[in-house]
Design a protein around this ligand. Structure first.
Ligand code: AMP
Length: 470
């Protein structure tokens, strides 16, 4: 029985979707004005794992993600960019470019469980309809620069985040300041565009949508006013998700808009959130150039989705070492020759590991504990292999178990990228061979570690050592 932590109740709750085996999940997508960084990867890998788990459990998951392709940051970035060969870019061109890069990055990381990506600019009609309904019900008012939501009118404002004002942790305020607002926390639903800015016609004047309304408009179109789960990074709890809840529940009069609110912990650097604005980010593309996408995926999967991950060279090295142990284990399993066991002993039952694994995942996706179960299995099997005990058949059972897990975790069996090792790595591999020939094992091991620090794994095969990119 899956239990999942609900930000709304601050408790772990049994996961029971509203429509039996159908799950409707909405996760806030990116604002496409720049390349995604590994903090974004942290959140999207976490939800990819959850969606894959639910699918494996037989749920019919509709995973919807919006793409914010119109926003102040996009407009500003397009203005700031120097004119290229074809003249200045436009916010629309810029957004399309970064949307493509985002989707490419997700594919590289095997984030492939999203059913539908929906752009804000493809849903202007739905957005206008929601604002009109909010106006009609008295929740929205018009001032000079746009339409705003009156938070004082919604008595439950603050019920998700348990607050009504901005705090340091909120990534971006996106509340929009205007002297004419009724209350300080009122947020913009429709922004009247300034000359030269992108604009869409509406009954309130030519303008563009505010940030929070695009999600409720898209979610309502595909799911209706109520659905199962809504997720994002924890910086989105306030004001973004609080605002969404206020919009949708005020509009529909139905509560709860969402049964389970799910939030991921931050990827941090020296304890500080990785963010574009702080300049402490590594893009997914840069990470993948230096390391493998598999390393990134595993780094995220081995941490609990709600915990922060402090990114450092040490955590990266440790992650690579663990992947190396898994790879070595798999290659040992594959090369086992035993048809029959010589000694008659009761080894262990793979089903015990399978149940322990499932139990940990069902406990609010406790992936660190699930990974610990995998390493327990590796340790136990390795000690049996050193006594030449497991048979080919048992090895196959273990491999099958790992393959099953990988349908959800997706980091174990990763196609080896055909990248040529750089000269310094080739040289280190030669040195290692020389040490091995001279039986200088310690030096050989140290050199192996040096190779690994460069992101490469040495596998000793019958044909000699082979280099694999981690
Ligand atoms: P944005 O494009 O900034 O709206 O972010 C898209 C998603 O990535 C949101 O769910 C954010 O909460 C999440 N996100 C951004 N930075 C981080 C980070 N450092 N750690 C975890 N999630 C993040």
């Amino acid at each position: 029985m899956l239990k999942i932590y609900n930000t709304l109740s601050r408790k772990k709750e049994v996961f029971k979707p509203r429509k039996g085996k159908k799950v409707e999940l909405f996760v806030c997508g990116p604002t496409v004005y720049d390349l995604s960084h590994i903090g974004h990867a942290r959140t999207y890998i976490a939800f990819d794992l959850m969606a894959k788990y639910l699918k494996e459990k037989g749920y019919d998951v509709f995973y919807l993600q919006n793409i914010t392709d119109i926003d102040d940051k996009i407009i500003q970035r397009a203005k700031d960019l120097p004119a290229g060969g074809q003249g200045k870019t436009t916010p629309a061109k810029l957004a399309r470019f970064y949307e493509k890069e985002y989707l490419k990055d997700m594919k590289t990381l095997k984030v492939n469980s999203v059913t539908k990506y929906a752009r804000a600019t493809d849903h202007i009609k739905e957005i206008i309809s929601q604002i009109e309904r909010l106006k009609k019900k008295g929740y929205a008012y018009q001032i000079n620069d746009g339409i705003y939501y009156d938070i004082k009118k919604f008595k439950d404002y603050g019920k998700l985040s348990r607050r009504t004002a901005i705090q340091a942790e909120d990534g971006v305020s996106r509340i929009d300041e205007s002297k004419e607002k009724k209350n300080k926390g009122d947020f913009c639903l429709w922004k009247i565009s300034k000359p030269g800015e992108p604009k869409w016609p509406s009954p309130f004047g030519q303008g563009r949508p505010g940030w929070h309304i695009e999600d409720t408009a898209i979610a309502e179109k595909f799911f209706g006013p109520q659905y199962d789960a809504h997720g994002g990074g924890r910086d989105l709890i306030f004001p973004h998700h609080e605002a969404e809840l206020a919009q949708m529940e005020a509009m529909s009069g139905k509560s709860p808009m969402v049964k389970y609110w799910l939030h991921t912990g931050f990827l941090t650097v020296n304890g500080q959130k990785m963010a574009k604005s702080l300049g402490n980010f590594i893009t997914i593309q840069d990470f993948v150039k230096q390391n493998s996408p598999r390393t990134l995926r595993f780094l995220m999967v081995k941490n609990h989705y709600r915990s922060p991950i402090d990114y450092s060279e040490n955590s990266l090295t440790q992650t690579k070492k663990e992947l190396q142990r898994i790879d070595e284990f798999i290659s040992k399993l594959k090369s086992l020759k035993n048809k029959k066991r010589v000694k008659k002993v009761n080894l262990f039952s793979i089903s015990a590991y399978a149940s322990a694994f499932e139990e940990t995942v069902e406990d609010d996706f406790n992936t660190p504990k699930a990974i610990a179960v995998i390493f327990e299995l590796i340790n136990k099997t390795n000690s049996l292999i050193s006594q030449n005990l497991p048979t080919k058949k048992e090895a196959k059972n273990i491999l099958d178990f790992l393959k099953k897990i990988d349908k959800i975790f997706d980091f174990i069996f990763w196609p080896i990228a055909k990248i040529k090792p750089p000269q310094n790595v080739l040289r280190l591999a030669e040195h290692r061979q020389k040490y091995r020939k001279k039986k200088e094992w310690q030096k050989a091991d140290e050199t192996r570690e040096e190779i690994q620090k460069q992101g490469w794994l040495v596998e000793d095969t019958k044909e000699g050592p082979k280099l694999k990119h981690l």
